[in-house]
Design a protein around this ligand. Structure first.
Ligand code: NAD
Length: 387
């Protein structure tokens, strides 16, 4: 297992306090990883700044070729990446191998192609004697910060476009799920010039905060909570950094009276509960027409009860546990508050599962109204409400 951060061309241990990385299936410690110190964050940013001088002048064709090499390496090491991701997140291994890795590899290949086909508005003589045009230049050093729900995929979404565009990056994975990013660092170090990608570890309030406030970081890209996005905007305003925010979600599904209920149920079982609902696009609040409401709730309840999880044979599992005890407590408290309201019913699920690990039973709540917290707030767990 790779445990060292990548700063410039050096693989190095963090000099800050350690964070415990858990296996969410059984709650056991996988490894303790120290986070970056302030000096190490500085070094990573300065390495990216130095690398930008040369990297920003490379041609799209050159960068494209290197991104394709990165894609090939991830593909050839897919089995090890999938195992690490499954270990760190508790995801069923088949979901990582079949759904995530192909999409991750494709993301690097997509941007390898896209950067060679950049559109630009027409140039023209808008002022007499002058030619005006728009050209696309890299921004500089990008501070990229990822959440824990799709660690390797989020790294791809952040790194591939930034690198394709000629930027250099300091990447911080979630403090809870750094293992695949540390493995990925080896691939970057083998293929890219020194300092183009740096991978540092640490918590949001210490390392993340130092990164987003760093004067030499030109752009911040973050996927995470809305509250975190707000902090990024505040930090960016101070030195006018560019930002890219992907924050929370609460995807609605509207079911009309003439809908094919079995098809709706089949799809809700997947899109409401995939990745144990830890998904900003989870189909988590259903609005059902009166005429089909009861039938939908009954059939959906059966489908939710059939979701397989926590089985010894991982190839049979459809969903995994939640990422942490803290996240499970959070999900549990949402359901508890809903169940205390008389107009709502927990039709199935509604409690933790198992003696170890961070499992929560797939849960269906009916009778929810538009004002209810369960309809308004993102739960980020295997909980779907019907209104
Ligand atoms: P989070 O905001 O707590 O953490 C996300 C990342 O931000 C982590 O790496 C964390 O260390 C860092 N961070 C936290 N505080 C910070 C600070 N003050 N300064 C800098 N960095 C900081 O979110 P999470 O709990 O890891 O992830 C779940 C959230 O992410 C959910 O709300 C979900 O909706 C959102 N999400 C959104 C998308 C999307 O594409 N829109 C995708 C996945 C997750």
């Amino acid at each position: 297992m790779d445990t060292k951060m990548l700063i410039g061309s050096n693989f190095t241990n963090g000099l800050g306090p350690a964070e415990t990385i858990f296996n969410p299936r059984n709650g056991q410690t996988v490894v303790e990883l120290p986070e970056a110190s302030i000096e190490q964050i500085d070094k990573a940013v300065y390495a990216a700044e130095a690398a930008f001088v040369g990297w920003s002048k490379t041609t799209p064709g050159h960068r494209s070729a290197l991104l394709l090499q990165i894609a090939d390496r991830i593909e050839s090491e897919a089995a090890e990446f999938a195992q690490l991701e499954a270990l760190n997140c508790g995801k069923p291994i088949n979901a990582v191998i079949e759904d995530e890795i192909p999409a991750i590899v494709d993301c690097y290949r997509y941007f390898a192609g896209a950067v060679r086909n950049m559109p630009a508005p027409a140039a023209g003589e808008y002022l007499e004697g002058f030619t005006s045009m728009v050209r696309r230049d890299p921004v500089g050093v990008v501070g990229s910060i990822a959440p824990w729900n799709y660690p390797l995929m989020m790294a791809a979404w952040k790194l591939a476009p930034a690198l394709a565009g000629g930027n250099t990056v300091v990447f911080k994975p979630s403090e809870q799920t750094p293992l695949t990013a540390l493995k990925l660092a080896n691939i970057f170090s083998d293929i890219l010039p020194e300092g183009v990608v740096n991978v540092i570890l640490g918590r949001g309030q210490s390392v993340g905060s130092a990164l987003i406030n760093h004067p030499k970081v030109n752009m911040i890209s973050i996927t995470g909570d809305i509250a975190t996005g707000r902090k990024v905007l505040e930090a960016a305003a101070k030195s006018v950094k560019r930002t890219h925010l992907e924050l929370g979600g609460k995807a609605p599904v509207i079911v009309f009276k003439d809908a094919d209920i079995s098809s709706v149920v089949e799809n809700l079982k997947i899109f409401g509960f995939y990745n144990a609902g830890q998904d900003c696009t989870a189909a988590c609040r259903i609005y059902a027409h009166n005429k089909i409401h009861d039938k939908l709730v009954a059939e959906l309840s059966d489908a939710v009860e059939s979701i397989r999880y926590g089985l010894e044979d991982d190839s049979q599992n459809e969903i995994g546990p939640l990422i942490s005890q803290r996240q499970r407590d959070r999900v549990s408290s949402f359901v508890e508050r809903a169940s205390e309201q008389k107009h709502m019913e927990v039709v199935t699920g509604g409690s933790a599962y198992g003696e170890s690990g961070f499992y929560y039973k797939p849960t269906l709540i009916s009778g929810a109204t538009q004002q209810d917290e369960i309809v308004q707030k993102e739960v980020f767990g295997p909980v779907v409400s019907v209104t």
